[in-house]
Design a protein around this ligand. Structure first.
Ligand code: IMP
Length: 177
């Protein structure tokens, strides 16, 4: 049973769209001239973000997905990161852009970047939609960050609370009632 809660809008769909367009422009400039870019979405939270982001990237990219375990149905970070679904493709010699929904403690992104770096890519960069810097336990920062947010539990635009609310078009904060 979930505790009752309401969702207060934090970042509008319009603000997200404008920021995603800006991120994609910077990414297209950074990787201009390469045909080796693989955009790797971390399932499941990044599925809407990556869908919008890649449609604004003006380069011949490939898209792949990686699923790692994280919070389960709780709002507390679990420290253990396990690969639940690996990439389909090889990334040796490729430029890799990891797309993540949120960096919180930093454990997940740190683990994923280290794992992918062992596969001899040309480079591995990260683009995250949301960053909660005040929660960081591992010093990591993505190359591109959509929005820095305070220490609130958020949902929407692909991000869930106990698998719900991924379909909200905006980012909202969960307020327990
Ligand atoms: P980290 O390993 O603590 O950085 O956690 C990253 C993962 O935790 C994200 O990919 C999310 O799946 C999840 N997470 C962190 N904060 C939130 C939140 O506010 N709402 C929903 N999921 C979150």
């Amino acid at each position: 049973m979930q505790r009752p809660y309401v969702i207060d809008q934090m970042i509008s769909a319009k603000a997200i769209a404008a920021r995603v367009e800006g991120l994609a422009r910077e990414i297209s400039t950074r990787f201009a001239g390469t045909d080796k870019l693989v955009v790797v979405g971390l399932l499941r939270g990044s599925f809407i973000f990556i869908a919008d982001l890649v449609r604004e990237i003006d380069l011949p990219i490939e898209v792949d997905f990686l699923e790692v375990s994280s919070y389960g149905d709780s709002t507390e970070s679990s420290r253990e990161v396990r690969v639940l679904k690996d990439l389909r493709g090889e990334i040796a010699g490729r430029d890799v852009l990891v797309v993540e929904d949120i960096v919180d403690t930093g454990f997940t992104l740190t683990h994923v970047l280290k794992l992918l770096a062992t596969r001899d890519p040309n480079c591995v960069e990260a683009c995250v939609l949301l960053d909660k810097p005040s929660r960081r336990e591992v010093p990591i920062r993505a190359t591109w960050t959509g929005f820095e947010i305070p220490d609130e539990f958020v949902v929407g635009y692909g991000i869930d609370y106990a698998q719900r609310n991924r379909n909200l078009p905006y980012i909202g904060k969960v307020r327990f009632t």
